[in-house]
Design a protein around this ligand. Sequence first.
Ligand code: TXA
Ligand code: MG
Length: 330
Amino acid sequence: ADAATIAAVRPADAAAIAAAGALLAAGRLVAFPTETVYGLAADATNDRAVAAIFAAKGRPRFNPLIVHLAAADQAAALARVDDRAARLMAAFWPGPLTLVLPRRPEGPLSPLVSAGLPTVALRVPAGPVAGPLIHAAGRPLAAPSANRSGYLSPTTAAHVAADLEMGPGADQVAMVLDGGPTSVGLESTVLDLTGPTPALLRPGGLDPDALAEVLGAPVAVAAPPADPEAPTAPGQLASHYAPRRPLRLNATEARPGEALLGFAGTPGALADLSPAGDLVEAAANLFRRLHELDAGPHAALAVAPIPERGLGIAINDRLRRAAAPREETR
Ligand code: TXA
Ligand code: MG
């Protein structure tokens, strides 16, 4: 299974890494090896590039993505780094540990990497390719595992090519960097540090006992999520982004006092998710536009119907949650 017809598979030498960095800076997708599994990367500051990841993976909903950094000193501009986080970074980065931290809302990251949540997952990956690639791209890289949604995480470039080739977004992947089999072979351990007690959201390549040693206390395991790729530890669903204002779905016109978010040229819309009716563009704009309208002067929000296909499925999933009654949330 060499020669992916999906995209160029190139040995990850210096020239290929430089080329891949330029592709990422231009908003394209590149699959690359970390020490854990292969990731499918995009510029984490580019809404449109991040939306293309979801299209390429065929994800039916927007799960938050891990943002990969070249070094720990890049974290503080993106998230609030407390003393616990600083100690864990010093002990385990680069390495198979992802930290979920309070996101800096004024920072440069696309809101789509957090799926609208006020948190962000950060890690500095190890291995000979990841660091130089992030450096060459010159920006943080959002990257989920480079497999189609619901399939196994890939540990070789051939796995990546064979799997993504079967998906709906094969043509979105500009390059697969081949760095050989990954050394850890298991995804990173995901630790939530946004609350007073650290919570293990996903067991992975780093032993929780090693975490406990640095933290000076055992690490609580969050209840297993129904969907292993979704952040559904207790309480987390409630923290999914919902606008403060009520949201009406499938609106074809604005009622008095309403800010209407349109699609494909809805008349009377205050903003349009994609005037051209492009679902990848609409996904790229979704959280940013919702936040903007929610901060504006209108008492209520409405959104035009979005076609239930491609990324429209994930957009509608998120809009239904945003519009749902929310007595149980604060
Ligand atoms: O080893 C890995 O972590 C690989 C390599 C490529 O870095 N990446 C990976 O990404 O496994 P992905 O998207 O397949 O899994 C990311 C995990 C998911 O369980 C997701 O729910 C969680 O991290 N996650 C990301 N951001 C989060 C956030 N803000 N809050 C809670 N969980 C988050
Ligand atoms: Mg995954």
